[in-house]
Design a protein around this ligand. Structure first.
Ligand SMILES: [Mn+2]
Length: 273
């Protein structure tokens, strides 16, 4: 699959009053860039861990920017869990890539929401807010790409959105992180079991993004190309919106093999190994 990005998106987005307000750009990044998400790394899935380490040693070396759009880990109990063997291995591998000159960006997903500055330092990467607008290169012609984990777009799932608001509340996070690490890990394990049961019970449509939520996000950011994960439904979608055409790429989850989206400034291309 490959696709030219939409025409250069404007740097100015319409403000509420109808005028133009500057849209903050989260970051500048160099090309070529790779986008990955939803690896769900855990000790239980050694094939996926091996695929990720192989990806960092291989295909990733050809890029200059790597964007990890959430759910890199199956769970992240807090940055005081950096000594867990898996976490240490993954951070060391990312850091080695960063030391070689790669710029690595990480946006938290719902599974690794608590990965913060401690993780960023250990892995040699830069944290991104969700959503994040990235300009590749310099000048007004440089392409803009909007990045998100994607769970915020699943607005049909009201119970999930209520949960999402709770766990993104700084007070809730502070209270949670104040508990001992072992207590947090036990709590997360219980939540994962409940989440698997809840997912099985829910209609599939509820788990996908909501079209109006996508439209609102694209509109608010000047009709860029959007890349997100979370739904585990890899695809390329076109949205015709307010006379604009936007492309939305949905990243694949991993399941034992590496899969990524590449961007060279002209074309997007989905690959796996
Ligand atoms: Mn997710």
């Amino acid at each position: 699959m490959s696709e030219r990005p939409s025409a250069n998106a404007p740097t100015l987005a319409p403000a509420a009053g109808g005028g133009a307000a500057p849209m903050p750009e989260s970051v500048h990044a160099a090309l070529p860039a790779l986008f990955i998400s939803d690896l769900h790394l855990s000790e239980d899935q050694p094939d996926t861990v091996a695929a990720f380490l192989g990806f960092l040693e291989g295909p990733a070396r050809a890029a200059r920017s790597l964007f990890i759009l959430g759910d890199l880990f199956e769970y992240w109990a807090g940055d005081d869990d950096l000594d867990a063997p898996l976490n240490r291995r993954i951070c060391a591998a990312l850091c080695a890539l960063a030391d070689g000159g790669m710029r690595i960006f990480f946006m938290a997903g719902n599974r690794d929401l608590l990965a913060g500055e401690g993780f960023a330092r250990a892995a040699g990467l830069q944290l991104l807010a969700d959503p994040a607008l990235v300009r590749f290169g310099c000048g007004d012609d440089a392409p803009l790409v909007l990045l998100s984990h994607g769970d915020a777009l699943c607005t049909d799932d009201l119970a999930y959105q209520a949960y999402r608001r709770q766990v993104r509340d700084p007070a809730w996070q502070a209270g949670f992180l104040a508990q001992p690490l072992a207590t947090r890990k036990a709590f997360i394990e219980g939540l994962r079991q409940k989440s698997e049961a809840a997912k099985r019970a829910k209609a599939m449509e509820i788990m996908d993004v909501n079209a109006e939520a996508v439209a609102a996000l694209l509109r608010a950011h000047g009709y860029p190309t959007l890349v997100h994960g979370h739904t585990h439904r890899p695809a390329r979608h076109e949205h015709h919106l307010d006379g604009q055409r936007c492309v939305r790429w949905v990243l694949s989850d991993w399941h034992g093999r590496a899969t990524w989206l590449g961007f060279d400034g002209q074309q997007f291309e989905a690959s796996s190994a």
